[in-house]
Ligand binder design. Sequence first.
Ligand code: CP
Ligand code: NVA
Length: 303
Amino acid sequence: MSTRHFLTLLDLSTKELQAIIQRARQLKSLQKQHTLHESLKNYALGMIFEKSSTRTRVSFETGMMQLGGHALFLSSKDTQLGRGEPIEDSARVLSRMVDIITIRTFSQQTLDTFAAYSQVPVINALTDSYHPCQLLADMLTYQEQRGDIAGKTVTWIGDGNNMCHSYINAAKRWHFTLHIACPKGYDPDPQIAQQEGVDVTIFHDPITASENSDLITTDVWASMGQEQEQALREKAFADFQVNENVMSVAHPDCLFMHCLPAHREEEVTTAVLEGKQSVVWEQAENRLHAQKALLEFLLHVNI
Ligand code: CP
Ligand code: NVA
């Protein structure tokens, strides 16, 4: 069987992504019943991290443990990658030892190169351009709470960043309308936003963008690697906070999501983050269930 990678959501078809979501629901239910399900017994996952992580690391590591396999945390600080061993060499060596690999890195090009040299499936655990694993959890969460997302309106408020780009890909795969509200100069990559088959509109006003939305989502204003821009971005994004005014123009049953970590009173108020429409904790938990289903899918294991 051919090696499939998960470098962006577009590596999988709508049908395949939806099968992963369905499987995640089954795995979640098995886990809640404490049913032993060791479909990945003796499988090893290598997890390369060049940036910090709480959710991604813990969900993959715990997920592998629950499926009977093993996960290795490989910080670039402690491996030869951090001392300049070429990505091509690292990929060829690691992929002869482990069965599947996740990478959190800066450029998508590094990830693409690693995947090109890997004998085993490679998963994007976040790059500067995309965060597809988070979208599996977000789509699972929406469907659990509200059913089918096709035809619904999702509003992204904030930076046109890696999460925003993955929302654009998700709009294409799950057929929802996407509104993006960002300050001028912080738009998503036009090549991603203007791809064929997506219903995306860019606004520069969060209230207009949020009218009648079914899901409102945001992210930090300064992503990992942009810490030195924090003050500049706080000014640029000041009018793009998700607060009760924004939520009030959306559908009454609109959900609020945030990939986390959140900065309270910056991109979102405490009232919204902790409010009735927020599903952020369920969304965070769903990283675990969705990624277990992704691991099974890429390893062609589903017992
Ligand atoms: N949402 C997310 O990816 O969180 P971490 O950076 O903690 O992994
Ligand atoms: N856009 C954020 C997402 C963190 C999960 C970042 O890249 O830091």
